[in-house]
Design a protein around this ligand. Structure first.
Ligand SMILES: Nc1nc2c(ncn2[C@@H]2O[C@H](COP(=O)(O)OP(=O)(O)OP(=O)(O)O)[C@@H](O)[C@H]2O)c(=O)[nH]1
Ligand code: SF4
Ligand code: SF4
Length: 341
């Protein structure tokens, strides 16, 4: 097995994010559909979706390059009826996680665990059914809460609750932090709103205010290698004043703040795959897609090598600040755009 491939900026690729479908039973107001824009398909399976064989072949190839983690995403990945099969056939050595809206976890969490799923991230933007319905255009609030519980019970832990911080959810941040600190098996990810992918810049909340507030109330602060994300440990209500805070007496809150953040991009170690089987070096770009189509393993190897070789940190390299302080595409990439199939 070869070690992880590295791009020109010294960023090793240690993980892949594989979208299994663009279908979803929700219609969240902030959805960016893994960076592909508002193209969520109808609920019927799409002929263009990668088959289980396509996904497994790709994972077997990248495992040869030392990729040790796979995240399955969507749309809603649990709409794939062959999800358990895909997970079961994923190379043994890989950590397998999934990002889901949680609706289908009740009744299926155990089967996923048995198939080899290690952990899940579940979108939960508020502890309030009305706000939840307004954001997701769905009445599945109770089902999602049950789904989170089922995931914890099945041992798909830590279960990370994904909460996008924006105008509709700002009032629920404190409640969600307390919820994560006081419930075993849960962590909270506070995700910066991404107006560059979803529009509505007026809904944005300055994520620095959330950092400052958490820094004030946290017992301990860590930095994660991936994206150099900040992790705040928050004491639970029953923690003693002099106790070290960890999962047993508190909870972790991680901030995902990629917007206009060169440090985040400089520590990005993932390649993405769209549900149609295109390799994508960066979430924010669609000019660097490479199709894996009907390729042989050797061709997939070559396409993966090319994708990694052409990866570029988005903020700080592909996008740079002009003299007015605005983010603009770097002229170097305008004059010679990276190759795309
Ligand atoms: N711009 C950008 N956003 C990302 C990246 N990775 C994740 N995100 C965003 O972060 C949010 C949470 O992502 P998840 O799919 O739950 O996974 P994660 O937090 O990245 O991964 P784990 O913490 O390992 O479970 C999503 O809204 C993603 O769009 C990235 O590399 N770049
Ligand atoms: S659950 Fe996820 S994929 Fe579905 S609409 Fe919401 S953000 Fe998009
Ligand atoms: S380079 Fe930056 S924007 Fe692109 S995927 Fe990585 S962290 Fe996200």
């Amino acid at each position: 097995m070869d070690g992880p491939l590295e791009d020109e900026f010294g960023r090793e690729v240690t993980g892949v994010r594989v979208s299994l479908t663009d279908r979803c039973n929700f219609d969240c107001v902030y959805c960016h559909n893994e960076g592909l824009g508002d193209t969520r398909g109808p609920m019927e399976p799409d002929d263009n979706e990668m088959t289980a064989d396509d996904v497994v072949r790709f994972l077997e190839v990248v495992a040869e390059f030392g990729v040790g983690k796979v995240k399955f995403t969507g749309g809603e990945p649990m709409l794939r009826q062959d999800l358990e099969e895909i997970i079961r056939r994923t190379p043994e050595a890989m950590e397998v996680s999934m990002t889901t809206n949680g609706t289908f976890l009740p009744g299926r969490a155990e089967a996923l665990k048995d198939a080899g799923l290690d952990r899940v991230n579940v979108s939960q933007d508020a502890i309030d059914p009305d706000a939840f319905a307004e954001i997701t255009k769905s009445g599945a609030y109770e089902q999602v809460l049950e789904g989170v519980e089922a995931a914890v019970d099945a041992g798909l832990t830590p279960v990370k609750l994904n909460m996008v911080v924006f105008k509709h959810t700002a009032g629920y941040v404190e409640g969600m932090v307390e919820h994560a600190a006081n419930n075993d098996g849960l962590r909270l990810q506070l995700i910066e709103y991404m107006p560059e992918l979803t529009g509505n810049p007026e809904w944005n909340i300055d994520i620095q205010r959330v950092h400052d507030w958490l820094a004030n109330i946290s017992a301990r602060i860590e930095h994660r290698e991936m994206h150099d994300r900040t992790r705040y440990w928050i004491a639970g209500d029953d923690a003693a004043a002099d106790e070290q805070i960890d999962e047993s007496n508190g909870g972790m809150v991680e901030i995902v703040d990629p917007v206009e953040n060169p440090t985040f991009c400089a520590n990005c170690h993932r390649v993405r795959v769209t549900h149609e089987g295109y390799l994508k070096g960066c979430l924010n770009r669609n000019d660097d897609l490479r199709s894996m189509g009907e390729m042989s393993r050797e061709e997939i190897r070559e396409t993966f090598r090319e994708t990694v070789a052409n990866r570029v940190p988005y903020y700080g390299e592909y996008m740079v600040r002009n003299e007015d302080g605005e983010w603009v595409v770097n002229d170097d990439y305008l004059s010679s755009p990276p190759t795309a199939d």
